[in-house]
Write a protein that binds this ligand. Structure first.
Ligand code: NAP
Length: 309
């Protein structure tokens, strides 16, 4: 936390202040507290958002504490996104389909688990005037973030989704999992080094990199796909936000493709969580300013280390 006037800070709380937060293990690099507290101040809620470092063996106790302490809710980050599922009373559609929860809403002791990552990505894409509806999309990577984004891309009506991954079996498993949920999207899975992968990337109008290739501290590396595969007319999205300007996005710009960095998804998954807790529209620009400032501070202090969300 930066320097604050103690009296001003203390006057911000009273007997009606409520608590919301994020659990992870570790959680110290989370950018959500500055982003969400700025948002809470902007919407005039007498709430405070705090990080909780919760060891895996304490996830059950933590869910009991949400009820006992009447927390507004929680964000959930690595490694607890799947583990909290068992403690939910209800699940949103995405959380049910994905088997992971990144947002918990507590209504009088009844816990509902949601997943806002995929919709967060879509909102960030729409913010730059792009969409996946009716388009051919190539998703590189098949990890946790890929699953959420892939489901959202199918639900938003992509014509074709090709999942390309270093380990081809994981791309196949993701495509198989999505098949029953993706009535209007043609799904395909490929290994990253196959000749078909090049055709899939070249042929896609939206290319999404969900791998950690190019993430700090390994930011000075080759992009996940050769630069020559990218071209004008495409929009190239990188979910990595640290650094914002990854080697892939630099390559895409040199090839005159459009680009989207990972901060938009981070902001919008948080905005969607806030909307679930408050029932009101989130102050997205306030959240963006707070997140970008916190990211810049973190990069200045640590040289860049951070974790989602
Ligand atoms: P994850 O579950 O560990 O998945 C990592 C993926 O990257 C896997 O598909 C893995 O392939 C692939 N990969 C790793 N190293 C590779 C390499 N050298 N070459 C090719 N592929 C490689 O990770 P995640 O949680 O999805 O996170 C991935 C990235 O997304 C991170 O940079 C994270 O910060 C970012 N992220 C951003 C947001 C946001 O809101 N913007 C949210 C979540 C995550 P294999 O299957 O072959 O191992």
């Amino acid at each position: 936390m930066g320097t604050v006037d103690l009296q001003t800070w203390a006057e911000g709380f009273d007997g009606t202040t409520r608590v919301v937060g994020v659990i992870g293990w570790p959680v110290r690099h989370s950018l959500s507290p500055p982003m969400q507290n700025a948002a809470l101040a902007a919407v005039g809620r007498n709430w405070v958002y705090v990080p909780f470092a919760v060891a895996p063996e304490h996830v059950g106790d933590c869910m009991a504490a949400v009820r006992a302490l009447d927390l507004v809710g929680l964000n959930v980050t690595i490694p607890h996104k799947a583990a909290v599922l068992a403690y939910m009373d209800d699940l949103g559609e995405e959380a049910r389909a994905l088997g992971v929860v990144n947002t918990i809403v507590n209504r009088e002791g009844r816990l509902t688990g949601h997943s806002t990552d995929g919709e967060g990505f879509l909102r960030s894409l729409r913010e730059i005037g792009e969409d996946v509806a009716g388009r051919d999309v190539c998703l590189i990577g098949a990890g946790g973030s890929a699953r959420a984004v892939a489901l959202a891309v199918c639900r938003a009506g992509a014509r074709r989704l090709t999942v390309v991954n270093r380990t081809a079996g994981k791309a196949e498993a993701l495509a198989e999992h999505l098949q029953p949920l993706a009535a209007n999207t043609t799904l395909k899975a490929l290994g990253l080094t196959t000749p078909e992968a090049e055709a899939a990337v070249r042929g896609a109008m939206v290319v999404i990199d969900s791998t950690a290739v190019g993430m700090y501290p390994h930011h000075d590396t080759a992009p996940v796909v050769p630069e020559e595969w990218l071209h004008a007319g495409q929009v190239v999205c990188d979910l990595t936000y640290n650094p914002r300007d990854t080697v892939l996005l630099q390559a895409a710009r040199r090839q005159n493709a459009g680009t989207l960095d990972g901060t938009g998804m981070l902001i919008h998954q948080g905005a969607l969580a806030l909307e679930l807790w408050t029932g009101e529209k989130a102050p997205v620009e306030v959240m963006r300013a707070a997140l970008l400032a916190a990211l810049a501070r973190q990069q200045a202090v640590t040289g860049g280390k951070s974790q989602a969300p």
